[in-house]
Ligand binder design. Structure first.
Ligand code: NAD
Length: 481
């Protein structure tokens, strides 16, 4: 059986303890590979390699770093089909989605930060009258840790690694143990692109062992983490006494707020996508839909009709809109929320049941599920389900829409559908979220700041924000006569 090895100091290697985890194909429930179950010893080796590579890499010219990153990007493009296939098999997402979004975005991340580093500059402040000149040195931090989740595996893994190495750091990275395959394949691409040994080290394994060893390592000075809020809380607690720099991109329960004056057809089509793309397993999905009362019944009917047309099926079929959920435990968690909704007296308008896909009967398939709720504070409206489940609820006024939207512990993104510019401005200022999309969803320009407020995280990534995170600013003050 295929073994997913660590990539340390430019070499693939088995875990020192020779322990392995089963890796499942969610589309059929079969074990198809084994993952290195790394421990603290493997992380130590990865750290040593990264530490040894740091002096040379941090002194490598910006042009040379950039050229290697652009090479990594084009090699990912050259291997698009292979990577997309691996992503889809590991995660259960439609192959069409992995081909159109996940893998191209991973190469864009390397290309973007390969270019961005050539434009990254620092500030100078002349203190007129004091005869001093200040300038800011932005220096790489050293060895940094990057930890990513399973929903957008290579997309989010590269979103962290690319700015980290562009800025001159060396990296110990861990992808999710649920979806390690494309991170594993990335190692050979990095070697082929000429990334010096030790600049990127990839350690596989469970969060509480391999992940824990990264966050607890006293000399890994910064951690960029994307994952669940509970894990983020634990990381913050572990890292705080060591004063590590932290960027935490956490969970969400995002509102999709629909006013009667919106472009209805466009809103309807995009709302189906923002609800169910990637089986609803995107931190940015609009899982709470609030609709102005005057169009609530119309929306309910039209939305459910469109959702019924979605095809749940094998991820490798071109006709599939919704593939498999990522794992059995995750499917069970999502199902448990459908039961909670019923117990809470909400109404399942559509879906809620598992699907037996012919030929893939043991896969983790669930119908897209639409739930009408009667209390915005109910559990299905408050807790992150992270699956193909959305709630619907009407609102009467703009104030009420803001109150509902902000009435959760999360604050990652929000979507607003309206043609009223004044309302757009008023609401954009009031919504508690790191991102407000107006008349669109998941529209990303990689230069923009990305991150959440409240329990959705701390810090911003994206563009120069990421390069700032992965560098330390040092002021140099020169007195002249
Ligand atoms: P998770 O928190 O369970 O795991 C994320 C990563 O952390 C994995 O690699 C895991 O092995 C590791 N980990 C777990 N325990 C650890 C520990 N003690 N120390 C160090 N690392 C540890 O999250 P998940 O289930 O993989 O992902 C789903 C979550 O990610 C959802 O909550 C989703 O909203 C969130 N997410 C957020 C964003 C964002 O940008 N804000 C993007 C995607 C996903």
């Amino acid at each position: 059986m295929k073994k997913i090895l660590n990539y340390i100091n430019g070499q693939y290697a088995p875990p020192i303890a020779d322990r392995w985890l089963d890796n499942y194909n969610p589309s059929n429930g079969e074990i198809y590979s084994q993952i290195a179950a790394s421990t603290e010893e493997d992380v130590s080796l990865a750290y040593e390699a990264a530490s040894a590579a740091f002096p040379a890499w941090s002194n490598t010219s910006i042009d040379d770093r950039s050229a290697i990153m652009l090479k990594i990007a084009s090699l990912i493009d050259d291997n698009l089909e292979r990577f997309a296939m691996a992503e889809s098999m590991d995660n259960g997402k439609p192959l069409s989605l992995a081909t159109a979004i996940d893998i191209p975005r991973a190469s864009s991340n390397f290309r973007f930060f390969g270019h961005a580093i050539t434009q990254f500059s620092s500030e100078a402040h002349e203190s007129v009258g004091l005869n001093t000149m200040n300038f800011t040195l932005r220096q790489p931090i050293g060895v940094v840790g990057c930890i990513s989740p399973w929903n957008l595996p290579l997309y989010l893994f590269s979103w962290k690694i690319a700015p980290a190495i562009a800025a001159g750091n060396t990296v110990v990275a861990k992808p999710s143990e649920v979806t390690p395959m494309t991170a594993y394949l990335l190692g050979e691409i990095c070697t082929e692109a000429g990334l010096p040994d030790g600049v990127l080290n990839i350690v596989h394994g469970l969060g509480p062992s391999a992940g824990q060893a990264i966050i607890a390592h006293p000399n890994i000075k910064a951690i960029s983490f994307t994952g669940g809020t509970k894990t983020g809380e634990h990381i913050a607690r572990t890292a705080a006494p060591m004063f590590k720099k932290l960027s935490l991109e956490l969970g969400g329960k995002n509102p999709n707020i629909i006013f009667a004056d919106c472009d209805y057809e466009k809103m309807l089509a995009v709302s189906v996508k923002s609800s169910f793309t990637n089986q609803g397993q995107i931190c940015l999905c609009g899982s709470r839909i609030f609709v102005e009362k005057s169009i609530f019944d119309r929306f309910k009917t039209d939305f459910v009709a469109k959702v019924k047309e979605l095809n749940v099926g094998n991820p490798f079929e071109a006709s599939t809109d919704i593939g498999a959920l990522v794992s059995k435990p995750h499917l069970e968690k999502v199902q448990s929320y459908i039961k909670i909704a019923e117990d809470e007296g909400a109404k399942i308008l559509f879906g809620g049941k598992t699907v037996k896909v012919p030929g893939s009967e043991h896969g983790y398939y669930l119908e897209p599920t639409v739930i009408e709720v009667y209390d915005d504070q109910c559990r299905v409206n408050q807790e992150e389900i992270f699956g193909p489940v959305v709630t619907l609820m009407p609102f009467e006024t703009e104030e009420q829409a803001v109150q509902y939207a902000n009435g959760v512990m999360y604050g990652l993104s929000s979507t607003l559908w309206t043609s009223d510019l004044n309302r757009t401005m008023r609401m954009s200022k009031k919504l508690e979220a790191g991102i407000v999309w107006v008349n669109t969803w998941m529209n990303r320009d990689l230069r923009t700041p990305f991150g959440g407020v409240k329990n959705s995280g701390v810090g911003r990534e994206g563009g120069f924000e990421a390069l700032r995170f992965f560098t330390e600013a040092k002021n140099v003050c020169i007195k002249y006569e």
